[in-house]
Design a protein around this ligand. Structure first.
Ligand SMILES: Nc1nc2c(c(=O)[nH]1)N[C@H]1C(S)=C(S)[C@@H](COP(=O)(O)OP(=O)(O)OC[C@H]3O[C@@H](n4cnc5c(=O)[nH]c(N)nc54)[C@H](O)[C@@H]3O)O[C@H]1N2
Ligand SMILES: Nc1nc2c(c(=O)[nH]1)N[C@H]1C(S)=C(S)[C@@H](COP(=O)(O)OP(=O)(O)OC[C@H]3O[C@@H](n4cnc5c(=O)[nH]c(N)nc54)[C@H](O)[C@@H]3O)O[C@H]1N2
Ligand code: SF4
Ligand SMILES: [Mo]
Length: 732
């Protein structure tokens, strides 16, 4: 069939929007990418990143065989050699020092692969360590914690019902560039325009005038890290002007009176001095949210990666509750994904944190993991339980976590490190063994994470577009073999042992123990997906529901299956012991005292925030030529007034210093940032020795996480503070 073009449909795995792609494939090369016009959710939308999808697979720098570091250099080896080296490196540490001596870091792409969704949890269980870290604590952990307290389940995250809302208040999110997060919405910009087209409005709160802000009906500048004050000012107004209306949810809400008391200290006149949003606009936002037929408040990175991230995330939902917009069409709603089941009845054990604490800084466990901001402490600090071995799966913490220079130094002190990753990059260059998984064209895809966050219920599965090839290894097989090595079954044990055990467990959990022979799927991940789909919310119950979902049904629907607009799920979705929404959980109330005390803090001088660009994806897509061409994007944006005061000129280098570190960045003078705020994107700094990223190395940029401070975290979630970093700047 050489040279013959064929068409393949596939979900794009590169961001949370879950767009359907139409690929033209000749031999094993993608020669064209279009948005899939028949896709039930994305209707043909495509962004510049998705358009380069095939280039990741043919990237010459992509690792196709494992690597072992010998004498400071990485060399290609065979798979058996690589797994033998992992066994020789890991087992003595586990046997000699115990399970806690091994730490793991799970990066963002784990939520974009089936292996991440299905094999990481068993891997962590096999490791048995409490030293588990992930990109969640440089991202959305505050939202998990606030939803854990509010709804009893940290995964019950309501999403804005973009397609039906009349009014959207958006804080710290820039979906025009990011394509959205914790709200899966292919063509997010189009959905925002549609709000306006049907007579609604959207308002953006951001210290930068972003592309999203430019399209908004109103943009309000806010001092970084102060959204909790703005939101409390709105709550205060809702109470003061008697605008509270819980609507249908009245019998399901606890804690409204406590909130009234808490909000007393945060009148608009008081908080405006901290957040810089005018008091009359704070009152105006409260009135507009209350008066709109339906409204939604939505917050993202700028509301999470700040000191009061959990409180801010909580207040977003508090405003939605108080204005009657939680769980109603046009407000914020809980999706119901096809691989999940609704609860049999409301109520549950609720949510707690701190079941254990980190060894060095005593930071509480949250959702089974520890803050990545303390990873370096655990590696560097001698004593019982010191981390000596490190496993990364799909992560680049050397560029993406705070005080990354310190972390990079700490990694050099490890006894052993293994990375499951397709690149020899800033992090994996420290690894003794690198295990590269197959590229996305060669693996199946189902969005376990994002279908549970989609603004409309739908399901889609994509089979592999290309066969694996002679040297490639599927990521599920890699993780299964790691499980076997860690649990002492040896580097040569058959990964099918793990695959079959997981399938048996899934079947028995689903009450389908004897049905192994009826399960569909060519690969281990596919078979687990089939069980989840068939026993999920819309499943065929192994034939009991004739037109229900199964893997075979999804295979027959390459453009996805629409499952309709979001439905109300309260009270069923609630897992709090009371079976109610708990607005005033004690840990949050205690934290409000700290927020109130911080009202009197002196204002910091210049503070640093981040930003994203449409043609980026955190740290790992700068090796795709089409995504880095054009002028340098890794610039330090600064307001003209600040630039003048510091004698900084556009295009010249500036020295930026924080408590954690310093760097030199190119100045971009622009009034897109508000006075007092500078902005530098993250995920750059590709000029380190030992990496194999030839395109990225020619466009290196600087690593903004040299400046972010590992000692400053949101205490309730352990999330790093990546926005609002005090910095000093002078001409370099
Ligand atoms: N200052 C600052 N820092 C930030 C942020 C910020 O806004 N400001 N944002 C934070 C956020 S939101 C996030 S999510 C984190 C991301 O932090 P990380 O997840 O640590 O970093 P990524 O840049 O996403 O790197 C992903 C890694 O996965 C590898 N990879 C890609 N595809 C696959 C695959 O299919 N399988 C495997 N095994 N590996 C794969 C890539 O080669 C790369 O090494 O960064 C955070 N850091
Ligand atoms: N093109 C592209 N898309 C991506 C990614 C990428 O790197 N590039 N990364 C993906 C990932 S992992 C994630 S988590 C999502 C993130 O998705 P978004 O949250 O939409 O991402 P950002 O573009 O970082 O938007 C955050 C905004 O918060 C603002 N901000 C900073 N501090 C504050 C503050 O204190 N208050 C307020 N109100 N605003 C503040 C910033 O100026 C910025 O505009 O994007 C995903 N999509
Ligand atoms: S918006 Fe996201 S999912 Fe859609 S094409 Fe772009 S990168 Fe892929
Ligand atoms: Mo993220």
């Amino acid at each position: 069939m050489a040279g013959v073009n064929r068409t393949a449909y596939r979900t794009c795995p590169l961001c949370e929007a879950a767009c359907g792609l139409e690929l033209t494939v000749a031999d094993d090369v993608v020669t064209g990418v279009r948005g899939d016009r028949d896709h039930v959710f994305s209707h043909g939308f495509l962004c510049p990143k998705g358009a380069t999808f095939g280039r990741l697979s043919d990237d010459p720098d992509r690792l196709r065989r494992p690597m072992i570091r010998r004498g400071g250099r990485h060399e290609e080896v065979s798979w058996p050699e690589a797994f033998a080296a992992v066994e020789a490196g890991l087992r003595p540490i586990i046997e000699g020092y115990g399970q806690q001596a091994v730490a793991a870091y799970l990066g963002n792409p784990n939520v974009h692969t089936m292996a991440g969704g299905l094999y990481v949890t068993p891997l962590l269980k096999a490791l048995g360590t409490r030293n588990i870290f992930s990109a969640s604590t440089v991202d959305q952990m505050p939202k998990h914690v606030s939803c854990g307290y509010l709804y009893g389940n940290p995964l019950a995250i309501p999403v804005p019902d973009l397609d039906r809302t009349d009014y959207l208040l958006m804080l710290g999110a820039n979906p025009w560039e990011s394509n959205g997060s914790l709200a899966t919405a292919a063509d997010f910009p189009g959905r925002l325009r549609a709000i306006q087209a049907r007579g609604g409005r959207f308002v953006v709160v951001d210290p930068r005038r972003t592309r999203t802000a430019e399209h908004a009906d109103e943009h309000l500048f806010i001092r970084p890290g102060t959204d909790a004050y703005l939101l409390f000012g709105i709550v205060h107004t809702l109470f003061a002007e008697e605008l509270i209306d819980l609507g249908r949810l009245t019998p399901y809400i606890n804690g409204v009176e406590e909130l009234r008391g808490l909000a007393a200290a945060f009148g608009p006149e008081r908080v405006t001095a901290v957040c810089d949003v005018p008091a009359d606009r704070i009152r105006g936002l409260a009135r507009e949210l209350a008066a709109a037929p339906t409204a939604a408040v939505y917050g993202r990175i700028g509301t999470c990666t700040v000191e009061f991230g959990t409180l801010t995330s909580w207040l977003v939902d508090v405003v939605n509750v108080l204005t009657g917009n939680l769980d109603r069409p046009g407000g914020v709603m809980f999706p119901l994904a096809a691989h999940l089941r609704p609860n049999a009845q409301p109520g549950g054990r609720g949510f707690t944190t701190g079941r254990w604490h980190s060894r060095v800084r005593g930071l509480p466990e949250v959702k089974g993991e520890l803050p990545v901001a303390t990873l370096a402490d655990e590696i560097e600090t001698p004593g019982e339980g010191q981390v000596r071995a490190f496993l990364t799966v799909a992560g680049n913490p050397v560029l993406s976590t705070p005080n990354s220079d310190r972390l990079a130094r700490a990694l050099d002190g490890l006894d052993f490190m293994v990375s499951v990753d397709p690149y020899l990059n800033e992090t994996t260059r420290h690894a003794d063994v690198i295990l590269p998984p197959l590229d996305a064209l060669r693996k199946g895809h189902y969005d376990f994470s994002f279908l549970a966050l989609a603004v409309r219920n739908f399901a889609a599965y994509s089979p592999p577009v290309l066969p694996p090839g002679p040297d490639g290894m599927d990521e599920c097989d890699i993780l299964a073999r790691l499980i076997l090595i860690i649990s002492g079954q040896g580097a040569e044990a058959d990964p099918a042992l793990v695959h079959e055990r997981l399938l048996e467990q899934a079947l028995s959990r689903a009450g389908a123990a004897g049905l192994r022979d009826t399960v569909s799927g060519d690969g281990p991940a596919e078979r687990l997906l089939d069980v989840a789909l068939r026993t999920g919310a819309y499943g065929d119950r192994f034939g009991a529901v004739p037109d229900g979902l199964s893997l075979d049904r999804l295979l027959a629907a390459p453009h996805g299956i629409d499952l309709g607009p979001l439905q109300s799920r309260i009270p069923e979705v609630l897992r709090t012991p009371s079976g109610l929404v708990e607005l005033a959980a004690p840990p949050l109330i205690a934290e409000v005292t700290r927020l109130r005390d911080a009202l009197d803090r002196p204002r910091p001088g210049l503070v640093l925030i981040g930003r994203r660009h449409l043609r980026s994806n955190n740290s790992w897509m700068h090796n795709v030529p089409a995504l880095v061409k054009g002028r340098d994007r890794c610039t330090l944006q600064i307001h003209p007034a600040d630039a003048a005061g510091l004698a900084l000129t556009d295009g010249a280098p500036a020295a930026v210093t924080s408590r954690a570190g310093s760097l030199s960045a190119t100045v971009e003078v622009t009034d897109r940032v508000m006075p007092g705020v500078v902005s530098l994107p993250h995920g750059w700094g590709h000029d380190l020795p030992g990496v194999r990223l030839s395109v990225a190395a020619a466009h290196p940029g600087v690593n903004s996480n040299v400046l972010t401070d590992e000692l400053v975290i949101d205490p309730l979630s352990g999330n790093a503070v990546l926005n609002g970093i005090p910095v000093e700047i002078k001409p370099a």
